[in-house]
Write a protein that binds this ligand. Structure first.
Ligand code: NAD
Length: 497
C-alpha cells in the first residue's frame, strides 16, 4: 500500500488490491493455489507489502496447460478467420488503453518504476498488440511451390498452448512483446509473471475475462520460478516456450524444453557497449547515456553499461557524465519530480552494491562512488548512479550488474574500439556515437550482437527485429514479422501429378 507520505492510489487500484490474496486466471476462472501457499509482492519504493498472491503449484500449472490445450482445440480461437480473431484482440487493446492509468499505476507500484515510464510501457503493450493483430490479417499463410510433376504448397498452423515466463523489469511491456504474436497467430497462452511483479499480469487476465475473451486463451499463473516456472517449462503439453530473464535460468529452461523437444525462445541478459567517437557533441551524448543508464534504475537488459570513449574527449566526457549523474533526482516512483525510482528489491540493491565493491577490489576506479541512497519518508531499495573505470577484464565490466552503474574505458582507434566492444560473452545490444555515418555503419555492423544502434540507445520501433546472440539469447527475437512466423508451424502438402 502507499505509505502515509506517498500519493493516494487510484480507487480502481485500491479496489483491485482489496481482492487479495490475488488469484491467477485459468480457463477464465480464478485459480487459487491447491497448496494454499501465498506470498507478498512488495512496493520497492517503500519496502512495504502491497498484496498477497497465490503461488500456483505444479498441479495448478498442469490445469492451466490443460485449459490452454482445451481452448486451443475447442473454443474456435485457433481456427477462426484472422479478422474475427483480430476484432477480439483489438477489443483487448482498446480495453488496456482505456485502463492505462490503472495498469500504469499498478505497474509503477509493483516494479518501482517512475509512473510516466510505466504508462509508456502500457501504451507500448497496446501498440504491440495492434501491430501483430493487423499483421496477422495480412500475411500469407499458404505458399504455392513450383515443383515439376507435383502440386505442392506449404501452410502455417498455430502450435497450440504456448508458455511464457517473464522477468520483473518490464513485466507488462514484455507480456505484450511475447503474447501478441502468439495470440494473433491463433495460439493459446500460459503466462508466468515474475514473483516480484505479478500484479499487472493478473489485472490483464481479469480484464480479458471482463471483455469476453474466450476462456482458456489467456491464462496467468502467478508463483515462484522454482515451483511454478519449472512446472511450466517441464510440461509436455506446452508446444512452444518463450523465456525472458537471466542466462542462468535460461539454461535451465532450455534444458527442460530440450528434454521435451519443445522449441524455446530465450531472451537473456546483456552487457552492452556505447562506443563514443571524438566527433560527437560531448554534452548531448553524455546526457543521452546518463538517461539510458538511469532509466528504470538501470534494470534494462540492453542497456549501455560499458562506455568506451575516444581518449581525446575522455576527460571532458567523464566530467559531463559525472555532473549529470549527480543531478538525477532519486525519489519515490509515484511522486512527480522523481527521475529515478528504486531497484526492485533488497536482493537487487545488494547485487548492485556488491558489484561496486568487487569491481573496486579488482582495481576499478570509482569515478562516482554510488551506493545506497536515502529518500526521506520512503524506506525503499534506492541506489545512487555510479561510474567505474578501468580494465575491461574487471568483474564489473564483464558481468551484468542490472543497476545504474556504467563502466568507462578509453580507446585510440576504431579497431581498438570494436575489439573492446566485443570483449564480452554477451551479445544483445550496442550503440555507436559519431557524426561520421560511414564509420557509424562500419562499427555498427562489426559489433557482435543482435542489435546495433547509431547515435541512440534503447530503440525499439515495431518492425525492427530485436533479439540476442551468444549469452544474450537463442532461437528468439521479438517485434517483427519473423516473430509472428515463429508462432506458426509450417506444414508442406504435396500430390504427385
Ligand atoms: P530470472 O532469470 O531470475 O527470472 C526470470 C523469470 O524466470 C521469473 O519469472 C522467475 O520466476 C523465473 N524462474 C526462475 N527460476 C526458474 C526455473 N528454475 N524455471 C523456470 N522459471 C524460473 O531473471 P530476473 O532477475 O527476473 O530478470 C533479470 C534478467 O532478465 C536480466 O538478466 C535481464 O537482462 C534479463 N532480461 C532480458 C530481456 C531481453 O529481452 N533479452 C528483457 C528483460 C530482461
Amino acid at each position: 500500500m502507499a505509505t502515509a507520505t506517498s500519493p493516494r492510489l487510484l480507487p480502481e487500484v485500491e479496489k483491485f488490491l482489496a481482492t487479495a490474496p490475488l488469484a491467477g486466471v485459468v480457463g477464465g476462472k480464478d485459480a487459487v493455489s491447491s497448496t494454499g501457499e501465498t506470498m507478498a509482492t512488495l512496493d520497492p519504493g517503500s519496502g512495504a507489502p502491497i498484496a498477497e498472491f497465490h503461488v500456483l503449484s505444479a498441479d495448478d500449472v498442469d490445469r492451466a496447460v490443460q485449459a490452454a490445450a482445451h481452448a486451443f482445440a475447442k473454443s474456435g480461437w485457433a481456427t477462426m478467420p484472422p479478422n474475427e480473431r483480430g476484432a477480439i484482440l483489438h477489443r483487448l487493446a482498446d480495453a488496456v488503453e482505456k485502463h492505462k492509468p490503472i495498469i500504469g499505476q499498478i505497474e509503477a507500484l509493483d516494479v518501482g518504476k517512475i509512473q510516466a515510464h510505466a504508462l509508456g510501457d502500457v501504451q507500448n503493450f497496446v501498440d504491440t498488440l495492434r501491430y501483430f493483430t493487423d499483421m496477422a490479417q495480412h500475411v500469407q499463410r499458404r505458399s504455392t511451390l513450383a515443383v515439376r510433376g507435383h502440386e505442392a504448397w506449404t501452410v502455417r498452423h498455430p502450435w497450440g498452448p504456448c508458455g511464457f515466463i517473464f522477468p520483473w523489469n518490464f513485466p507488462f511491456l514484455l507480456i505484450g512483446w511475447g503474447i501478441s504474436p502468439a495470440l494473433a497467430a491463433g495460439n493459446t497462452v500460459v503466462i508466468k509473471p515474475a514473483e516480484d511483479t505479478p500484479l499487472s499480469a493478473i489485472y490483464l487476465a481479469r480484464l480479458a475475462r471482463e471483455i469476453g475473451f474466450p476462456d482458456g486463451v489467456i491464462n496467468v499463473i502467478p508463483g515462484t520460478g522454482r515451483v511454478t516456472g519449472a512446472a511450466l517449462t517441464g510440461h509436455p503439453g506446452i508446444r512452444r516456450m518463450s523465456f525472458t530473464g537471466s542466462p542462468e535460468v535460461g539454461r535451465l529452461v532450455g534444458e527442460a524444453c530440450g528434454r521435451n523437444l519443445v522449441p524455446a525462445k530465450l531472451e537473456l541478459g546483456g552487457k552492452g557497449a556505447a562506443v563514443v567517437f571524438q566527433d560527437v557533441d560531448v554534452a548531448e551524448t553524455a546526457q543521452k547515456l546518463v538517461n539510458a543508464i538511469t532509466f528504470n534504475a538501470g534494470q534494462v537488459c540492453c542497456d549501455a553499461t560499458r562506455w568506451l570513449v575516444h581518449k581525446s574527449i575522455y576527460s571532458d566526457f567523464v566530467a559531463e557524465c559525472k555532473t549529470r549523474m549527480q543531478a538525477v533526482k532519486i525519489g519515490y516512483q509515484l511522486e512527480s519530480g522523481s527521475a529515478m525510482g528504486p531497484v526492485v528489491n533488497a536482493k537487487q540493491r545488494e547485487r548492485v552494491l556488491s558489484y561496486l565493491k568487487k569491481g573496486q577490489e579488482q582495481g576499478a576506479e570509482a569515478v562516482l562512488a554510488g551506493g545506497a541512497a536515502e529518500v526521506p519518508g520512503h524506506h525503499g531499495f534506492y541506489v545512487k548512479p555510479a561510474l567505474l573505470a578501468g580494465s575491461l577484464d574487471n568483474i564489473a565490466a564483464q558481468e551484468e550488474i542490472f543497476g545504474p552503474v556504467a563502466y568507462l574505458a578509453s580507446f585510440s582507434s576504431e579497431e581498438e574500439a570494436v575489439a573492446m566492444a566485443n570483449h564480452t560473452d554477451y551479445g544483445l545490444a550496442n550503440s555507436v556515437w559519431t557524426s561520421d555515418l560511414g564509420r557509424a555503419a562500419r562499427v555498427a555492423e562489426s559489433m557482435v550482437a543482435g542489435n546495433s544502434w547509431i547515435n541512440a540507445h534503447n530503440v525499439f520501433p515495431h518492425g525492427v527485429p530485436y533479439g540476442g546472440v551468444n549469452k544474450s539469447g537463442v532461437g528468439g527475437g521479438v517485434l517483427s514479422v519473423e516473430t509472428l512466423y515463429d508462432y506458426w508451424r509450417s506444414q508442406s502438402v504435396v500430390r504427385p501429378l
